[in-house]
Design a protein. Structure first.
Lengths: 152, 408
């Protein structure tokens, strides 16, 4: 409590100082708030599930576009491999988070299902990463990812 | 004739050097999220950076002093220290983003391990800065950045609904998800008016030894260079709207942006986009590392400037080397450069008043500027933008929290 009020006094005392000093303190406070805002833990609620589901669809659709371009010879092997790996890591992290984080009882089954979907997505992207210049693999990956993500 | 050539080269470099990682991330993401609805923010931001760059370029040409020299002399030690610390924090964050961006693009081009590429990029920058003159540093990255024009070609090739693009130039508030919309407004303005640009611009003016005779060239450089550079931002937003929004993709990786040119233009488009991004973020790395060193050296009254041999300005040289090492260390921790970019842009928005208020004060100071002080138009625009800057500075962090840094 005393520390908190001390921090408040430190912040408020800027009123006696100059404008740039006050702004610097705002910047420090902003940094602390942003760190708090950026935390991604806690229980999965409906809102978080909606966001995570949208992220899974987005990764799938990007993977599908990447695979489509690979099948059409519009990309390089390095680009396809590295970009597929980035997407795979993102999907894999999401799968881990959705599998482990506590969820509201009413949506727990859906959360775990999304975790399995994200894990499947990561496995498909792994194929693209392993065979970045194989057009047949790219075509197969495109079809599966487009279906998984419900892409346009 | 040589003046015309110099002007043309300067403008080309300004176009190529306009876009940095913040512009890439926010413009593409804005297009992918809101289509063409946020196009209007780009000319607003571009006009703002033109107004203040012209002002600080004029100050440099008339007084031979860069922004931080003026800050220290005009606002006193304590306030200038506050401005210095905040600008150095934002500069270092931005430098880390740009350096990470360079490593990502090199990885996409060459397939080498990311962490090795961070080290290689940092060492390469040290060597390039050490052996290349200021003028050629600016031109090398500016001309390389012209490859970014591939996004303008891609935008045309994609055949967007130009009537909708046109209506995007009319300012309005989105009916759905207005909080996220406002977050993007702030981010786009912050990316366009990021403080290091004016620090670099004004110090560059001193490096190139501008005099009052160069004021017209300064104006042309700022207006035409930044103005045309802004078209790249519009192109990125169109690509974001057409390719990514159309496919239901929320671009969260730097490499995804290149896919936006590769999709309509094939392998050549993809490679040009990657090379363009490499030079754009590489050039911004140079700008930010120099801005950090310029600010500290000007604040402390050290010898500074790339036109001097490194031994002639040892503390300035040591500062940019240390900044590069620190930035490399930050990205080596594994922090995602794109996520860091969003934070860097939003924090730079909070720090914007610290940069722009002193410029406006000094550009109005007749003791400094004599007959070259601000006219009515410059003052009117400067004041309008100051109000805009204050509003966005106050709203940036609340909007970042409310939208979970643009995730909601």
């Amino acid at each position: 409590m005393s520390r908190a009020s001390g921090a408040f006094r430190w912040f408020a005392s800027a009123g006696a100082g100059t404008c740039p000093v006050l702004l610097l303190r705002v910047l420090v406070l902003a940094g602390c708030l942003a760190v708090v805002a950026g935390c991604n833990g806690g229980t999965v609620d409906r809102h978080a599930l909606t966001n995570d589901a949208a992220t899974i669809d987005s990764i799938a659709c990007e993977g599908a576009l990447l695979a489509h371009n690979g099948a059409a010879g519009k990309t390089t092997a390095y680009y396809a491999r590295e970009q597929a790996e980035e997407l795979r890591i993102q999907a894999s992290n999401l799968a881990d988070a959705l599998a482990r984080r506590p969820a509201l009882a009413s949506i727990e089954a859906r959360v775990r299902a999304k975790a399995r979907l994200a894990a499947r997505l990561a496995a498909i992207l792994q194929q693209l990463h392993d065979h970045p210049s194989d057009r047949d693999v790219a075509r197969a990956v495109e079809t599966r990812l487009a279906k998984l993500g419900g892409c346009a | 004739m040589s003046k015309v050539l110099g002007l043309a080269l300067g403008i080309l470099a300004a176009i190529g050097g306009f876009v940095d990682i913040g512009d890439l991330v926010f413009n593409t993401a804005a297009g992918a999220t809101f289509g063409y609805q946020l196009v209007w923010v780009i000319p607003v931001g571009v006009l703002g950076i033109i107004v203040y760059s012209e002002m600080c370029g004029r100050v440099a040409a008339v007084s031979g002093k860069a922004v931080f020299d003026a800050v220290r002399e005009r606002v006193g030690f304590k306030a200038a220290l506050g401005a210095l610390v905040s600008s150095e924090i934002v500069n270092l964050m931005t430098l880390a983003c740009e350096l990470g961006g360079v490593a990502i693009v090199l990885q996409l081009l060459a397939g080498l391990p990311y962490r090795w590429l961070i080290v290689i990029a940092a060492v390469a920058f040290m060597v390039i800065i050490w052996v290349t003159s200021f003028e050629w540093l600016e031109r090398l990255f500016g001309y390389g950045g012209l490859c970014m024009l591939v996004f303008a070609v891609a935008a045309v090739k994609l055949g967007p609904d130009w009537a909708k693009v046109g209506s995007g130039f009319v300012p309005h508030i989105a009916q759905n998800n207005s909080t996220l919309y406002l977050y993007f407004v702030i981010g786009l303005l912050g990316a366009a008016m990021t403080p290091y640009e004016v620090y670099f611009y004004s110090s560059g003016g001193v490096e190139e030894r501008w005099t009052p005779k160069d004021i017209r060239m300064n104006q042309a450089n700022a207006i035409v260079g930044y103005g045309l550079g802004g078209t790249l931002s519009v192109a990125l937003m169109i690509v974001g709207a057409t390719v990514f929004l159309g496919h239901g993709i929320s671009p969260e990786h730097l490499g995804t942006i290149a896919l936006g040119a590769g999709d309509p233009l094939g392998k050549v488009g993809l490679l040009l986009a990657l090379v363009g991004i490499l030079f754009a973020v590489g050039g911004a790395s140079i700008d930010t590392v120099f801005s950090g060193a310029y600010n500290l050296a000007q604040f402390c009254g050290w010898e500074w400037g790339r036109y001097r041999h490194p031994k002639g300005a040892p503390r300035f040289t040591l500062t940019w080397i240390v900044l590069l090492v620190l930035a490399a260390a930050i990205v080596m921790t594994g922090v995602d450069p794109v996520t860091l970019t969003e934070y860097a842009v939003i924090f730079s928005v909070v720090a914007l008043p610290l940069t722009y208020i002193p410029i406006l004060l000094v550009a109005n100071d007749r003791a400094y500027m004599g007959r070259y002080g601000n006219g009515r138009l410059a003052n009117a625009l400067g004041l309008v933008y100051l109000v805009v800057i204050m509003i966005v500075a106050v709203s940036a962090v609340p909007l970042m929290i409310l939208t979970n840094a643009g995730q909601n």
